[in-house]
Ligand binder design. Structure first.
Ligand SMILES: *Cc1c(COP(=O)(O)O)cnc(C)c1O
Length: 396
């Protein structure tokens, strides 16, 4: 039940019921047309520049570079985008496609609320109806983001099936999409799900590496030696990698959340601990039991606890073109404090997984080598949780 175009090596595809497959194929066709349409591309670029605040900066991390004493470190600053993360790049692209297809209603899944907020933001900007699916566990834990989405005019649907977390919210959103394709477009939050989502999300996020390559060349007249980005479903990482995949001298490193450690059950390190399977409409690598039950995942970082990974990452891992490593909660929290104190940046705890790996990698490289680390988002949302991790209650 798959079509060839949606494959990355053997991964990807379209493992969905027929009604949804017809709609996804319409979407894939329309996307191919939009990709070639200068008007669509111009509108996309205009929104990226004049609404989302692109291009994002490529900043040299001088103090961190000096402190670590190895490779020169640069940050690609997706934290400076409107709504505070890379997610807006993808949401603008998909919402424009939805408009092009004559849709008037956007739906999306969200875990901690970041993708839901980004989708609600664009729905407001475009004057579209918006409904967000969020596991009940998450609506209970993330009341601030629930209210933020409502403030932006979205309806938040608390999902009570399964374990009432992100994976169940995705199932609910896919179901809603199958049942109501006439006016509705499902805005997928990561480079995951059935074709054409992994391809489209990769393309929309590849603006990160398109910019970073030009910006880096201007400063250094060469290519960087390594790109480091955190991986949940893998959208900021695939966007950070995309324009370097054909440059074999550039090492690509995805950093997963190891949680309490890859040797424990409290982890989200899919590519280190997972196995092949089919879930959420795609063939990829998932954290699952021997009988194929999706395992509960754990990370201090809500944005990284997805039990799978996008199919292109599964293929890049298999071919060896990219490497994937794990960073624990403790290491990520240390990096959260470290980048704040050395660079004056409060970065998202997700992004701090990448920063933590850069702290290990840079000292092993020489001073004429360079690393670009993507800061996928800003860390204001995490300050209270990190305080709690350190025994400080910021609400007292
Ligand atoms: C959602 C999120 C991630 C993880 O998602 P990817 O699709 O893997 O990029 C990482 N960082 C931030 C700040 C996020 O909001």
């Amino acid at each position: 039940m798959t079509n060839k175009a949606g494959r990355f090596d053997e991964y990807g595809g379209q493992y969905v019921p027929e009604t949804l497959m017809n709609e996804l194929n319409r979407m894939a066709d329309e996307y191919e047309k939009a990709k070639q349409d200068p008007e669509f591309q111009a509108e996309l670029q205009d929104l990226l520049n004049n609404y989302a605040n692109r291009p994002s900066l490529l900043s040299y991390a001088k103090r961190m570079t000096e402190d670590l004493g190895g490779a020169q470190i640069y940050f690609k600053r997706e934290d400076l985008n409107h709504t505070g993360a890379h997610k807006i790049n993808n949401v603008i692209g998909q919402a424009l496609l939805a408009k092009r297809m004559g849709k008037t209603r956007l739906i999306a899944e969200t875990g901690a609320g970041q993708h839901g907020v980004a989708t609600a933001t664009i729905a407001a900007l475009f004057g579209m109806e918006c409904e967000i699916f969020m596991g009940k566990e998450d609506t209970d834990r993330q009341k601030l983001n629930v209210y933020r989405m409502e403030l932006l005019g979205a309806k938040v649907n608390s999902v009570t099936s399964g374990s009432m977390v992100l994976k169940d919210a995705i199932n609910a959103a896919l179901q809603e999409f199958s049942a109501r394709t006439d006016d509705t477009f499902y805005v997928m939050g990561s480079a995951t799900g059935p074709h054409p989502y992994p391809l489209m999300v990769r393309d929309f996020q590849s603006v990160i590496s398109k910019e970073s390559k030009e910006q880096f060349k201007k400063i250094n007249k060469k290519l960087p030696d390594a790109i480091v980005a955190c991986v949940g479903g893998g959208s900021n990482a695939i966007g950070s990698f995309a324009n370097y995949i054909e440059d074999p001298s550039v090492q690509l490193i995805g950093v997963e959340a190891a949680g309490k450690g890859v040797e424990t059950d409290l982890t989200a390190a899919t590519l280190e601990c997972g196995s092949e399977g089919v879930f959420h409409g795609m063939k990829s690598i998932f954290l699952q039991t021997k009988t194929g039950q999706i395992k509960p995942v754990y990370s201090i970082s809500a944005g990284l606890d997805y039990p799978g990974v996008g199919p292109e990452h599964a293929a890049l891992a298999k071919s060896g073109r990219a490497q994937y490593v794990g960073i624990t909660d403790d290491e990520a929290v240390d990096a959260f404090e470290y980048i704040a104190r050395t660079e004056g940046i409060v970065a998202a705890i997700e992004s701090c997984h990448a920063v933590a790996y850069v702290r290990k990698l840079a000292p092993t490289m020489s001073k004429d080598q360079t690393i670009i680390c993507t800061l996928s988002g800003r860390g204001d949302k995490d300050v209270a949780a990190i305080g709690k991790y350190r025994g400080v209650d910021v609400n007292e």
